[in-house]
Write a protein that binds this ligand. Structure first.
Ligand code: GLN
Length: 191
């Protein structure tokens, strides 16, 4: 089986673990740099991106994560995890940095509190090859700009909420909260 790491410093770790295990993957909670070694794939969960930024530094994980992801480790970032992957945050909290592995600009909390916990079905995939994904949005970031080489895989109300660049997938929403396995199966297919 495949071993999938979940960054387990803060945020929605357990839901990702349950979903990945239901797909037959072995889950490893990642809190230390040496736990990145030997992974087939990695998940950066939702939570709070400013806290994730601080904790990844405090735990000595920032550079090891950057090295692994830039080195081709298939990675899925959801919500705050997407913000961590982005190379630009339009509205950072003072001093907020990211891992900067993907050519996207994110706008934090873009959907605002009125769609707090909104659940919807999105089209997921390249044009002509799309499937429905059940998605939850919680104070979700959207992507206001993507570089060449970044494929848009999902939109919500016209805005970009799902992308892929090489083996990195970034999504604004939470499929792990609806139990939809499409995006996680997509991640496993990249291993
Ligand atoms: N608003 C959070 C942030 O800016 C993200 C919310 C989430 O991960 N559900 O990091």
């Amino acid at each position: 089986g495949k071993t999938v790491g979940i960054l387990a410093l803060q945020g929605g770790v357990a839901e990702h673990a349950t979903l990945l295990e239901s797909l037959g993957a072995q889950v490893r909670l990642v809190k230390k740099p040496e736990q990145i070694e030997g992974l087939d794939a990695l998940v950066l969960p939702g939570g709070e991106s400013t806290v994730l930024n601080r904790l990844t530094r405090l735990f000595g994980l920032r550079q090891p994560l950057m090295d692994a992801i830039n080195g081709g480790l298939p990675t899925l970032g959801t919500c705050a995890g997407l913000i961590m992957l982005a190379d630009r945050v339009e509205d950072p909290v003072a001093g907020q940095q990211t891992l900067g592995c993907m050519g996207v600009t994110v706008r934090r909390n873009a959907f605002g509190p009125q769609v707090n916990s909104a659940e919807t079905t999105l089209d997921w995939g390249n044009q002509g090859n799309q499937v429905g994904v059940r998605a939850a949005f919680i104070r979700a970031p959207l992507m206001v700009e993507v570089s060449a080489g970044v494929d848009v895989l999902a939109r919500y109300r016209g805005e970009i909420v799902g992308v892929q660049q090489g083996k990195i997938i970034g999504i604004s929403f939470h499929p792990e909260l609806t139990g939809d396995t499409t995006v996680h199966r997509h991640l496993l297919s990249l291993t």
